[in-house]
Design a protein around this ligand. Structure first.
Ligand code: ATP
Length: 217
């Protein structure tokens, strides 16, 4: 569903992705880990078509939705209007399927998105992405700035979507524990390159990965 090979993306003279290869099969939920500045958001934005690669190939086998880093909702619009904008391209007008999946959004539908809590805004961003009826969802830092309970709740929704609807997910995370809990497979990006990849169970046993991402566990 996502197939990236030999991808190079630069900002002027600075190379943010250096010959990166990554693939996610239909129905898989795969994690992308890495420290600040590794190039994770650059990859997300390139997959979403917001950045143009210098070289390499990006193939997406269906409709892709990105939940960008930092809960980018339209603060002056209501939750319902934010969702409507999410459905603009797909033509989905009726948000009831999204309200069924994320019932909290139905209760908040008339509230202005800008006054919601961080977790609620992340839920709106989630709902907005689902309104575009994606085949593949790229989530850039689900847990960033969220309380552990809220993160767990959103993660639960993500797993449910993956299991029940077969939604393909690329989960970009700094929280390796969360990513390893949710995903079978992961890639580790450091300084613009993929430095490790494989089954989460094996990566968790790799001393370099465990030392850097699991607090030495
Ligand atoms: P974080 O976890 O902190 O969000 P990241 O892994 O998502 O980090 P990116 O945001 O992709 O990393 O950034 C990768 C590199 O590219 C960094 O060195 C960053 O400073 C640089 N960079 C990102 N956006 C731009 C830009 N618009 N112009 C120039 N350099 C940029």
């Amino acid at each position: 569903m996502i197939d990236v090979s030999d991808l190079v993306v630069s900002y002027g003279a600075a190379t943010a992705l250096d010959h990166v290869a990554l693939s996610v099969a239909r129905g898989e939920m795969v994690a992308l880990l890495g420290p600040n500045g590794a190039g994770k958001s650059t990859l997300a934005n390139t997959l979403a078509g917001l950045l143009t690669p210098a070289s390499g190939t990006v193939r997406i086998g269906g409709r892709l939705a990105l939940i960008p880093e930092g809960r980018q909702v339209f603060p002056d619009l209501s939750v319902a209007d934010n969702l409507a904008l999410g459905g603009w391209r797909s033509g989905l007008r009726d948000p009831s399927s999204v309200y069924r999946l994320l019932p909290q959004l139905a209760e908040l539908s008339h509230r202005r998105a800008g006054v919601l809590s961080g977790g609620e805004q992340q839920m709106v961003a989630f709902g907005q992405a689902l309104m575009s009826r994606p085949d593949v969802l790229v989530v850039d830092e689900l847990s960033l700035g969220l309380a552990p309970l809220l993160t767990a709740k959103l993660a639960g929704h993500l797993v449910e979507l993956n299991r029940t609807l077969g939604l393909t997910v690329l989960l970009i995370e700094q929280n390796a524990r969360l990513a390893f809990d949710l995903c079978e497979r992961a890639y580790v990006l450091e300084s613009a390159r993929v430095v490790a990849e494989g089954a989460c169970a094996e990566l968790a046993d790799d001393p370099r990965v465990a030392g850097a991402y699991l607090g030495g566990a």
